[in-house]
Ligand binder design. Structure first.
Ligand SMILES: Nc1nc2c(ncn2[C@@H]2O[C@H](COP(=O)(O)OP(=O)(O)OP(=O)(O)O)[C@@H](O)[C@H]2O)c(=O)[nH]1
Ligand SMILES: [Zn+2]
Length: 331
């Protein structure tokens, strides 16, 4: 199928999706994007088409994909019944609360992940690294967005700490309440582009969303005095239209995202350590004081930072524990 339909392109349609649609499909189905998920219903939009439809695909097996926010879906032209979820560019998911073996889908087909952190006592390199691992694992381009620059006189320190995490990492600094300042992010928010936000409570995600949308439709709450954190103010699960023509996915589930099976993401974000570890005498070196450990040697020589080593080990251990828990069979 040709990917020239303007209306679809504005919704994020591109060759990755059009390549999956045959001429026969086009005769019977229309592609639509899942704009919102409600209980038992999804809101979809296509070329000159908007509707609330059932999310259930007739004849789907239990293990089959079912639609989540951001998905592209083929629906029957006549009945609007969902026929098939198109293969995703990427998918955010999390372990289901209460059952670590089950997964819940959060959002699909995101081009850019804004990893939001504020320039105050809440700023944490460990947390940024964790979100970065997640971005690498999911396969979405990360941009670190540092907010509240109007409240600090140490902006360069915060920015330098973020940039030091990975060479080439995009780091932008904004006052989320100011449209001119937030315009730095416009490049990622253009027509048909989909972005998502990740960041802890109170860092200014909703504020940023409102500014980028050019409206004030998500309620923001004043920060709690004293502890530098805010309360959750976002409750809907949907795509928001941005003033620049892009789409923003801001769902509550994104906030509880945790690492799972993230070995590859960890290896990417900590590739400086992975590279040196290849020189360790033992291929399964745990870098805990074994003879011939290149990682320990590099730390001792001041070539690798000990604090970053500790964060790497902690993330790897956590991922290992989660992985073990997930793969353990129920008795
Ligand atoms: N001065 C200043 N205040 C900001 C900035 N960004 C956000 N705030 C304020 O910080 C508080 C928290 O912002 P929110 O946008 O609600 O934070 P959030 O990340 O969406 O929080 P949750 O919904 O709890 O996840 C609000 O009072 C905002 O007005 C900024 O860049 N500068
Ligand atoms: Zn070692």
């Amino acid at each position: 199928m040709q990917s020239t339909d303007k209306c679809l392109e504005e919704l994020g349609w591109n060759e990755f999706f059009s390549d999956q649609v045959s001429e026969a499909d086009v005769g019977q189905c229309r592609p639509v994007r899942v704009m919102a998920v409600h209980r038992g219903k999804i809101a979809v939009a296509g070329a000159g088409f908007e509707s609330f439809i059932t999310p259930y695909i007739t004849g789907a097996e239990p293990g089959d994909d079912h639609p989540t926010v951001g998905d592209w879906l083929l629906i029957d032209r006549d009945t609007a019944a969902p026929m098939r979820v198109l293969r995703r560019m990427n998918l955010f998911k999390r372990r289901a609360p209460g059952d670590p073996r089950k997964e819940q889908m959060i959002a699909a087909n995101v081009e850019t992940l804004f990893i939001v952190a504020s320039c105050n006592e809440d700023f944490s390199v460990a947390r940024l690294e964790r979100y970065l691992v997640l971005a690498r694992e999911v396969g979405v381009d990360p941009v670190v967005v540092l907010t509240k620059i109007d409240l600090t006189d140490r902006l360069e320190d915060f920015a330098a700490a973020a940039r030091a995490i990975q060479p080439g990492l995009d780091v932008e600094t904004v006052n989320g309440r100011d449209a001119e300042s937030a315009a730095r992010l416009a490049g990622w928010c253009g027509k048909g582009k989909t972005v998502a936000l990740l960041g802890s409570s109170g860092v200014g995600k909703s504020t940023l969303v409102n500014t980028l949308r050019g409206s004030d439709s998500i309620a923001t709450q004043p920060i709690r005095a004293g502890d530098g954190t805010g309360r959750h103010t976002t409750t809907v699960r949907e795509m928001h239209r941005l003033a620049q023509g892009g789409w923003l996915l801001d769902t509550p589930g994104m906030r509880e995202l945790q690492l799972s099976d993230a070995a590859e993401g960890i290896a990417e974000v900590f590739d400086d350590f992975i590279l040196v570890a290849q020189q360790c005498r033992f291929s399964n070196c745990a870098h805990g004081g074994e003879p011939g450990c290149a990682v320990r040697a590099a730390i001792a020589e001041g070539l690798l930072p000990l604090a970053r080593f500790d964060r790497w080990q902690k993330l790897a251990a956590e991922d290992g524990i989660i992985h073990a828990r997930r793969t353990k069979r129920p008795r």
